[in-house]
Design a protein around this ligand. Sequence first.
Ligand SMILES: CC(C)(COP(=O)(O)OP(=O)(O)OC[C@H]1O[C@@H](n2cnc3c(N)ncnc32)[C@H](O)[C@@H]1OP(=O)(O)O)[C@@H](O)C(=O)NCCC(=O)NCCS
Length: 166
Amino acid sequence: MQIINRQLGDYLIRRCEPSDLIPVMEVNLKTLPEHYSDYFYESLLAELPEAFLVAEHQGKIAGYIMCKTEYGFSNFKKLGFVKKGHIVSIAVLEEHRRRGLGRAIVEESIRGVKEKRCDELYLEVRCSNTEAVRLYEKLCFSIKQRLKSYYRDGEDAFLMAIEFAY
Ligand SMILES: CC(C)(COP(=O)(O)OP(=O)(O)OC[C@H]1O[C@@H](n2cnc3c(N)ncnc32)[C@H](O)[C@@H]1OP(=O)(O)O)[C@@H](O)C(=O)NCCC(=O)NCCS
């Protein structure tokens, strides 16, 4: 049974299902230089289905977000050890951008990681990716670190994070 988070015009934001994984991988291949094995997608879906979401348009996948949980040092509290959500990958197909889908899937994934009682949510983003940095800033993420040569091609990343209050 499909679990629908919200409707946005003609789009459905819903939980990813195993049968969506191939279309999700296709969106990833078209939009990002970082790719993953089938097993990695399957394991994230099994681990955190609450925050593995898709945007569906007329039966086709227009975007996705996938996350995992980790334990580690806080991005906010000195020496604090916390449970963190991690946005591993997010993308919306070019023809569906600037319609609020990116914002909607991040907002819903925040809800998903909060269900798992995470204290924080973080992600890495290319320093040159202004669209994505703006999106995260609008959702109250802040830049916590610059990670030197984080990407294979040598580009730096911003580590951006948000802290939750329950
Ligand atoms: C980043 C991405 C997911 C945004 O998706 P989207 O559906 O277009 O985002 P939204 O329509 O919800 O936009 C939300 C906000 O992000 C910012 N934004 C998005 N696209 C932007 C652009 N081209 N220029 C400037 N700001 C932009 C704006 O602040 C926007 O709010 P606004 O429309 O009210 O001005 C999309 O551009 C994408 O898939 N990019 C390629 C993959 C990628 O870079 N992923 C992120 C890796 S960390």
